[in-house]
Every structure is written in C-alpha cells, then in structure tokens.
Write a protein that binds this ligand. Sequence first.
Ligand code: OXD
Length: 320
Amino acid sequence: MQDTAILVLGEHGPERRERLVTAAAGRPLWFAPHSDPTAGGADFDPAHVRAVLGAGGPAHLDPFPNVDWVHGAAAGVNALLTPEVLERRLTITSAAGNGAVPLAEHALMLMLMLNRDALRWLAAQRERRWERFTHGELAGSTVGIIGLGHSGMDLAAKAKACHMRVVGLARTPRPGGADNVDRIYAVEQLHDLLAESDFVVMTAPYTPSTRGLLGAAEFAAMKPSAFYICFSRGGIADDDALLAALREGIIAGAGLDAHAEEPLPPESPFWDLENVIITPHNGATSPGTGARGFDIMVENLTRYTAGEPLRNVVDQDAGY
Ligand code: OXD
C-alpha cells in the first residue's frame, strides 16, 4: 500500500484533510507545502508517491519518479505541460470550472467599466469633481467570446441577461449550438467574430495553437470602438500588437487580468495606457473558487481510489 501513496500540496486545515483522508480510502496520504514538495514528514519517500494533488508546475513533479496521476492546482495547466512532463505521459487533471463564475463576473465588470468609461468617474471622485458625461450601454451590443468553456458559457448567460448579442468561437464543432450563444464560429472564422464584436473576450487556454492567436491583423479586424478583455492567459494576444492597437486607436481599449509576464513588471508600458484597466490575475480570487477547486480535487481522489474515470482529464495534445 505504501507504494501507492498520495501527496497533497498546499495548505489544508483539519476539515479539508479529513475529507482527503476519507477520499484516499486507506491509501497513505502525505501533505507538503508547494515551496517544498518533499517535506512530507519522517516516513516520506518520494519513490512511493503515485499521485500528486495540487501541482502548479514541473518542480512539483520532478522529485517523484513513479507518479502516474497529477491533479493541477489551477484551471489552466499550461505551466504544467512542459516537454519533460509531456514526455512522462502521466494522467493530468485540472481544476477547470472552479473559477468560471467569478471570471465571467470579472469580464462583465471590465466590460461595464470600459463601456461607461468608469475610470473617468474614479478620477473625478478623487478630485471631488461632479463630472457627468454620455456613456454607452451593453444592451444591443455584441460580445465575441473566444473559447466556450466553463467561463465562456457563464459569460454568455450573463451577457444575455444584459440584452447583448453573443457570438462565440469554439475549437470543436457544436452542431446543436450552445445555450445563450447566437452564433458559433469555427477557429478559421476568427476574423468574422472579431469584425462584429463590440467586446472581444479571451477565455481560451494558452496552448501551442492559441499562442499569438491575436496579432496586428486580428486587432485591425476589430472595430475601432471595440474593447479587448482577457482573463485566461496573456500571450494569446501578441503584446506588441496589442500595445500598438491600444496606442494607435486601432481598438478603443482593453481590460487585462491575465498578462504575458506575471507579475506585470513596473516598467511595462501597459500600466501607462489610459484606455486600459489592469487587474493582477485576480478575477477568480474568491473563496468560492477555492472551495470549488477543493471539491473537484476530492471528487477526483475518490474516483482515483475507486478506479473510476477521473474528471477534467487534460488532453495533452490539445494542451488543456
Ligand atoms: C487558473 C487561473 O488557471 O486562475 O486557475 O488562471
């Protein structure tokens, strides 16, 4: 039994540990911090670890030669999928879905703020200035959601509640359509989606095929009045092209929660742009995200020990 031990990374209080012990169904369970994954205690033996739960990157797997299952700490697993990890052909699962609701809320907040030029109110408030101006409304405008996964679908529902038209881009065909999405485009129709959207929202994962998906030609295809919102990963939009589009008025502005380099360095030119709202990859940092992520982990551990198919299995060729 010892050689089927499970390692759980991260801080978990007594109640959560109890749930994990129950889910482990008698298998040895070790706990260690992310900063020191081999600090499992006196009887800890890296060679006995078969499953690592809560992994964030390859450093959390390297010390364990006999792992066959890894459950990622995040919804996006791009940081885990290095060539060395891919070569090991492990089963990898993710926390996908844990932050869908707050991320969609974050996108909606950024859309509303940009559409209403809310930064202008905040600046006026700081100066105790009563400044009224004409602003937009979401109703009747179009949101183009790139990626119709958990967060994309939740945003579609929220956008519909705001009386918006919703178009989406999906990698896999959906012959039956998707709830709250008026039109689904295939990847090769990206420019059609860009051209008709007042808000382009990036929810897609960062993979070899999405890296640099939006470059100069794509921003040029957007309306000059449109806004780009990104809460999945930076680097899907080429930063130089995005910067030029924002500076030159090729698009109206952006709301950026995910950035190609994180933390966004103080010298990044994005900080200085008046038509950009920057948030520090913070859109899903809510207790609910943590609780849902933990539930997914426990559910998968229960399935693993019962020999049942796991949830959120990553397609390693697709990269998510
Ligand atoms: C995630 C994220 O992937 O927070 O979980 O971006």
